[in-house]
Design a protein around this ligand. Structure first.
Ligand code: 4AD
Ligand code: MG
Length: 452
């Protein structure tokens, strides 16, 4: 891969073969300079093909976007910028690229590139975004493995609405000709949905294996057109038995800092690119996040801070109000200037599964908010007391019978347990400075974006 070659200490004696796509070509009378990029990094490698090279006749048709296989020797580059270049011993054009190729040399806006999502991974911005996504995905699994968590693949199709927000996509069974027949109502006789969260299923495994996590796609039918919401996004959900709210917040903060470190340590070139073209000061910002303790505030303290700030908000703040993006951003970006974990929210605005506090009006919820994004993580200690959980279900108009599998966890050897969910795309936005969630998902699913 080209990135490996660019960082070699010494040139290999043998010739090497590279496959990739041509970014640019400059010709002189007797030779051509070709910049070849294979997707392994931002920069390609300069290749010199001279008229004696087999395949030289094909170079004239090797335009931007064409694919090529090039064999050659790695030699020290006399020019500035790169240490190594390739002197080709064979040039082979693999696929030509006509002049209507949309990704010519000039820069394009992310909006335009979104309209050609099948080609945008070939640009520097999206190459970097999706390499980052892959590296951080690996870092997520490594983080939990190092701490003895077991990964659980929770189902995509489910009958429960974990968050109780009614933002569900229905799953139906199609009968006969897909275009002519109406969809039947149910999934083989039962109403089912695409999961909004793997939490409830993960809890069953935490109450058996101790520490588990899920990492998979989740779905929300929210028809909101924001830069931070998608209908299909990936969530990371650890769940730990014998753990309370404090242990949960500790893990959340440690996890976010570890992911920031992983990006800094393992995605250097791509981060440098974001730092230059997406967010000036990104690397400095991330270094600070990795090394500065996060703030922790109870919901009540956060509300009081907001009220006493004197700031006029579109949504007025008072105890019992949901914190809106404007509040979350004000806290993290202006007031405290760092990530903030807010805990103990009023019970009325949170789902049925959170543990009721002794004050009888708050639950052991926590949200981790970060500058530039707002809510990155939502989690809680779960209600482990059987009677209270059944009361909660009834209060939320949910049938304890339907949730008997869930209440069984409290009937048979119940334990305090806690977990959280982190939106993977929001993490990637935080790490890259990319402002729109559509630009960190390979194929975004948002209202108006149903796919090919
Ligand atoms: O706060 P949420 O809704 O929490 C849960 O689903 C819990 N069951 C998680 C748990 O405790 N295991 O979602 C968790 C996170 C949010 O903080 C946010 O980062 C992300 O998921 N998220 C979204 N990301 C992109 N698009 C959306 N529509 C999102 N909705 C939530
Ligand atoms: Mg939430």
């Amino acid at each position: 891969r080209i990135q490996k070659i660019l960082t070699l200490d010494a040139a290999p004696a043998e010739t090497i073969t590279l496959n990739g796509w041509i970014r640019t070509r400059r010709d002189s009378k007797t030779f051509s300079f070709v910049e070849l990029n294979d997707g392994s990094g931002i920069t390609g490698i300069q290749v010199i093909v001279d008229q004696s090279t087999p395949g030289y006749d094909q170079v004239a048709t090797a335009t931007t976007g064409a694919s090529a296989t090039i064999t050659g020797k790695v030699v020290e580059s006399p020019g500035k910028g790169q240490r190594w270049e390739i002197h080709a011993t064979e040039f082979q054009l693999v696929g030509t690229c006509p002049s209507d190729y949309p990704l010519q040399k000039k820069g394009h806006s992310p909006e335009f590139l979104r309209s050609i999502s099948h080609l945008r991974p070939r640009t520097n911005l999206f190459g970097a975004a999706f390499r980052l996504r892959s590296k951080i995905s690996y870092a997520v699994n490594r983080f939990f493995n190092e701490r003895d968590f077991v990964q659980v693949h929770t189902p995509i199709i489910t009958a429960s609405d974990c968050e109780g927000a009614g933002e569900l996509f229905r799953v139906t069974t199609l009968e006969g000709d897909i275009d002519k027949q109406p969809a039947s109502e149910d999934f083989f006789g039962k109403k089912t949905y695409l999961t909004v969260s793997g939490q409830l299923e993960a809890e069953t495994f935490a109450c058996a294996l101790g520490k588990v996590y899920t990492f998979g796609p989740t779905f929300r039918a929210e028809n909101s057109n924001t830069t931070r919401h998608a209908a299909e996004f990936w969530m990371i959900e650890p769940e730990m038995a014998f753990t309370d709210l404090k242990g949960d917040m500790d893990l959340a903060e440690e996890f976010v800092q570890a992911m920031v470190r992983a990006a800094l340590d393992e995605c250097g070139d791509d981060l440098a690119f974001f730092n230059r073209f997406v967010e000036k000061g990104l690397i400095e910002r991330l270094e600070k996040v990795a090394s500065t303790p996060f703030e922790r505030l109870s919901y009540e303290e956060a509300v009081n801070l907001l009220i006493n700030s004197g700031r006029k908000f579109d949504y007025p703040v008072h105890f019992g109000a949901n914190l809106q993006a404007e509040h979350e951003r004000f806290l993290t970006e202006e007031l405290l200037k760092r990530p903030v974990t807010v805990y103990n929210y009023p019970k009325e605005i949170k789902p049925f599964y959170m543990r009721l506090n002794d004050d009888n009006r708050t639950v052991t919820a926590m949200d981790l908010l970060v500058p530039g994004i707002g809510e990155l993580i939502g989690g809680s200690q779960r209600e482990e007391r059987l009677d209270q959980l059944i009361a909660n279900l009834k209060h939320h108009n949910l049938s304890p019978d339907e949730y008997s599998w869930y209440t069984d966890l409290r009937k048979y050897g119940s334990v305090p347990h806690a977990g959280f969910g982190l939106g993977f795309e929001r993490l990637l936005m935080f790490l890259s400075g990319i402002q729109n969630i559509r630009d960190v998902i390979p194929f975004a699913r948002t209202p108006g974006n149903a796919g090919f």
